[in-house]
Design a binder for this molecule. Structure first.
Ligand SMILES: [Zn+2]
Length: 148
């Protein structure tokens, strides 16, 4: 769990100061399993539920965020990884840690906008990572797409 204090860059979640933990290793592996085990065309429409406490997954590849949300005991304990912009999974363990840290922070701060609405067909809103972190993820996705 990241410290509630700000880092030397005065950020709560920082791409420069992030420390990789076992949770990130589990999350990274849980996502990679599907990269190797599922066709690209199916994968890019799919989601993985990652438990924030330890980065573990139930091993299920969900065909929608809503399906993943409905399946977990409490969505506030999870982050939902989409392959849409990241067909090759997390670019690095650091990326996985940032993903987990960001969701932990957002939920700890009571980010209600992060919660899906299971009554809505599209699952309602989803948490949008702030631009600097999002760009890390997107640029990684674009780079890998370019290599394929
Ligand atoms: Zn920092």
């Amino acid at each position: 769990m990241s410290s509630p204090e700000l880092c030397r860059h005065e950020r709560r979640v920082c791409a420069e100061c992030v420390v990789v933990t076992d949770a990130a290793r589990r999350a990274y592996d849980a996502v990679q399993v599907h990269v190797f085990g599922t066709d690209w065309s199916e994968r890019i429409r799919s989601w993985v539920a990652l438990k924030l406490q330890d980065g573990s997954s139930d091993g299920v590849l969900y065909d929608s965020r809503l399906a993943a949300v409905r399946h977990v005991p409490d969505q506030r304990w999870y982050a939902f990884f989409s392959f849409r912009n990241a067909p090759q999974g997390f670019a690095s363990l650091k990326d996985a840690q940032l993903f987990i840290d960001y969701h932990r922070m957002a939920y700890a701060q009571g980010a209600q906008q992060a919660l899906a609405d299971p009554d809505q067909p599209n699952g309602g809103r989803e948490l949008i990572m702030p631009t600097p972190l999002e760009q890390i993820m997107l640029q990684r996705g674009l780079l890998l797409n370019g290599l394929n």
